[in-house]
Design a protein around this ligand. Structure first.
Ligand SMILES: C[S@@+](CC[C@H](N)C(=O)[O-])C[C@H]1O[C@@H](n2cnc3c(N)ncnc32)[C@H](O)[C@@H]1O
Length: 189
């Protein structure tokens, strides 16, 4: 017969195993882990978001909600949308949204490549080079209303940033601000 302590140890070990396997599986599947941007990178991304218009902000790969939650608090009158495919990070951000009562935040468990960008004004992301290429293609091919893109660390191929800030964090990562409207003027290839 199992003691209560033994039951708890088995339960928490199994939970830790499920969480680890789920995160590793999604990291391999999506090509990136749910590692959040650094605190300084967030602050820089929000500083750049201040320089955009007042429309909807979408985080492509919103992870645990580390960026969408402070953004939703900072801009209570803007709609904030996150897309996240990895189950546990998505669930965590959903729970935090409910707990904090953030009515202007929506987090979809959905592939951001399939996202409808008709209502989007600003895109933010912290991804990897292949994803930036696909986003560049999506912006080029779709008639969206996206005006700005803010990217932590990875440049948007074929587009010229209007501002680049070197973040004073461990990675010394650049954060890019792109103006997307008038595509032909801003493309440099
Ligand atoms: C490095 S994290 C960035 C999290 C957050 N945006 C931040 O800056 O802290 C990238 C996230 O993108 C998610 N992701 C990658 N490809 C995706 C896709 N096609 N659709 C939705 N989410 C995706 C990953 O699961 C991961 O959580």
């Amino acid at each position: 017969m199992l003691t209560f302590e033994a039951f708890l140890i088995i339960f928490f070990t199994l939970m830790a195993l499920i969480i680890t396997v789920s995160i590793i599986y999604n990291t391999v599947r999506l090509g990136i882990s749910p590692m959040p941007s650094s605190h300084k990178a967030y602050r820089t991304m929000m500083q750049l978001a201040d320089e955009t218009d007042s429309g909807t902000i979408i985080d492509f790969g919103s992870g645990w909600g580390n960026l969408v939650i402070p953004i939703a608090k900072r801009y209570p009158h803007r709609q904030i949308i996150g897309y996240e495919l990895s189950y546990l990070p998505w669930l965590t951000s959903r729970l935090l949204k409910q707990l904090l009562g953030l009515k202007n935040l929506t987090v979809h468990r959905q592939d951001f490549y399939q996202a409808d960008l008709s209502s989007a004004s600003v895109l933010v992301c912290y991804l990897f080079p292949q994803a930036m290429q696909k986003i560049s293609d999506k912006l080029r091919l779709e008639q969206s209303n996206v005006n700005f893109l803010i990217s932590n660390n990875f440049a948007l191929p074929s587009w010229q940033p209007i501002k680049t800030i070197q973040v004073d964090d461990f990675y010394k990562s650049p954060v890019y601000l792109y103006k997307i409207s008038n595509k032909s003027e801003n493309e440099y290839i």
